[in-house]
Ligand binder design. Structure first.
Ligand code: SAH
Ligand code: SF4
Ligand code: F3S
Length: 461
């Protein structure tokens, strides 16, 4: 039997896909590259915006056709966030899907496949966590430490798809991190919708910290940092819980990369309130200045929603000004997408598409300009690069710094950690040359190791 899993959405879905693939292999399935060759196709969906929903819709239509052509000999599974929603359940019926499995019951995948027709959407905390074996040959790996979300941002579907927050016991997390490191993984990313709310999920101010086995997020970073993994990352942090204890843990723990993704969504207090983000512009900026103070050189990135209902030109300009003030390294910029069942859909009117697109365009321009300015600060400096093999440009291998800048490294160095010097920067890349033990035999070396002046390499940008 042959299986294929299609993945849409965020890293949490990638992690789930990896876990599902391990389960499939355990059931005797071979995993094939092309879904046309598979007897079982699972679609791990995302519902956060209209686009990924459309993609799932198109794919399911394609699969239904395949199934008809094969006289019904194809099992189709709809998994992930869409499966949990009325919208996804309508799609499941429409496309005659065999298996429907929401994220709250993901570990029921084996009985689901064995039964052939199966539906499960109930959130059960004990059914939400896998400890999948390390991905083979991977240099970087994800590790989910909590699931769900206790916030209720008015635009967002995630609390409906992923349920309330559930943290995983620290001992399981440490064990999985150790297994990843032992398998050769050099970089682990701790995942959660609000990763820094780890351990806070007993509600009403009661911290699980008071229970055995659930430290605070800061303490967890220190613990995972001691496993020996060279690089430790985490996404996504909610500004409201990004406290000094976490910053201090990052500062004290060499493994933790100084890369902080801190979604702001809007720079206008009026819109933040409508979004129910629970913080003000001033609170957010205070957190950023504290990061700059305790973690100089940290990369700071964000998520922004452009054109939330009621966003005026003035509100947008406040977002624009906040972007300039923070000097983000980069950002994920989204056009507001109305989601069925959210508070924003019920209470507010969407604004015209042309207005949203025009504002997005202005923000993209600012992003390019600032990303270039931020990247240029690294020219001439030495950085640590993790090469993950993929070469997208002739004569280079691709990797990323601890701050998550994409690096093009000259030559053909093997996957792993290397030291390099930044020669040239573009808005989205740092072009580098290896130094130290990895350095190519160059003039600089022959003369006794002193670097020659750095000149931008021709033909780049
Ligand atoms: N839990 C994380 C990420 C949630 S989803 C957080 O709160 O930061 C990732 C991003 O998608 C969000 O940060 C937001 O910028 C964007 N997003 C969520 N719902 C959206 C919607 N309805 N329309 C447009 N963007 C949305
Ligand atoms: Fe969605 Fe807000 Fe929760 Fe993030 S914090 S997942 S944006 S509800
Ligand atoms: Fe999408 Fe679900 Fe992730 S809605 S962004 S796959 S949590």
């Amino acid at each position: 039997m042959r299986a294929h899993v299609v993945t849409f959405g965020c890293q949490m879905n990638e992690y789930d896909t990896h876990a599902i693939q391990s389960e499939l292999a355990g059931l005797g399935y071979s995993l094939v590259e092309d879904y046309h060759d598979a007897d079982l196709v699972l679609v791990n969906t995302c519902a956060v915006r209209g686009k990924p929903v459309e993609k799932a819709n198109t794919l399911l239509g394609e699969l239904r056709k395949q199934k008809q052509q094969r006289g019904g000999h194809l099992t189709i599974g709809l998994m992930g966030c869409l499966a949990q929603l009325p919208e996804g359940q309508r799609m499941g019926k429409k496309f005659n899907v065999d298996i429907m499995l929401g994220p709250g019951a993901i570990t029921e995948i084996v009985p689901a496949i064995e039964k052939g027709r199966f539906q499960s959407f109930e959130f059960k905390s004990e059914l939400q966590f896998y400890s999948p074996p390390p991905p083979q040959g991977a240099i970087s790996a994800n590790l989910t430490i909590m699931r769900g979300c206790n916030h209720r941002c008015t635009y967002c579907i995630v609390p409906m798809t992923r349920g309330d927050e559930v943290s995983r016991p620290a001992a399981d997390i440490i064990q999985e991190a150790r297994a990843l490191y032992a398998a050769g993984v050099q970089e682990v990313t701790l995942l959660g919708q609000n990763v820094n709310s780890y351990g806070l999920d007993l509600g009403t101010g009661m911290r699980r910290k008071h229970l055995d086995g659930y430290p605070s997020f800061g303490a967890l970073l220190r613990m995972v940092g001691r496993t020996g993994i060279p690089r430790l990352r985490f996404v996504t942090s909610h500004p409201i819980n990004f406290d000094d204890e976490i910053m201090e843990a990052i500062a004290d723990t060499p493994a933790v990369c100084r890369y902080i993704h801190l979604p702001v969504q809007s720079g206008s207090n009026r819109i933040l309130k409508r979004m129910a983000r629970e913080y003000t512009r001033e609170f957010y900026l205070e957190r950023v200045s504290r990061i700059r103070q305790l973690l100089p050189d940290a990369t700071i990135t964000t998520d922004i929603i452009v054109g939330f209902p009621g966003e005026s030109e003035e509100d947008f300009q406040q977002t624009f000004a906040l972007y300039q003030e923070v000097e983000y390294d980069t950002a994920y910029l989204f056009i507001y997408s109305e989601r069925e069942g959210t508070a924003a859909q019920k209470h507010f009117d969407d604004i015209p598409k042309a207005v949203k697109t025009e504002r997005l365009g202005r923000l993209i321009e600012l992003q390019k300009q600032l990303s270039l300015q931020q990247n240029q600060k690294w020219v001439g400096r030495e950085v640590e690069v993790l090469i993950n093999g993929a070469a997208v440009e002739e004569g280079f291998v691709q990797g990323h710094t601890r701050g998550n800048h994409v690096v093009m490294l000259e030559g053909h160095l093997p996957p792993g950690i290397h030291q390099a010097q930044v020669l040239h920067a573009t808005p989205n890349r740092l072009y580098c040359r290896a130094v130290g033990a990895d350095a190519p035999l160059s003039q600089a070396h022959i003369k006794g190791g002193r670097s020659l002046p750095i000149l931008p390499t021709k033909g780049l940008s």
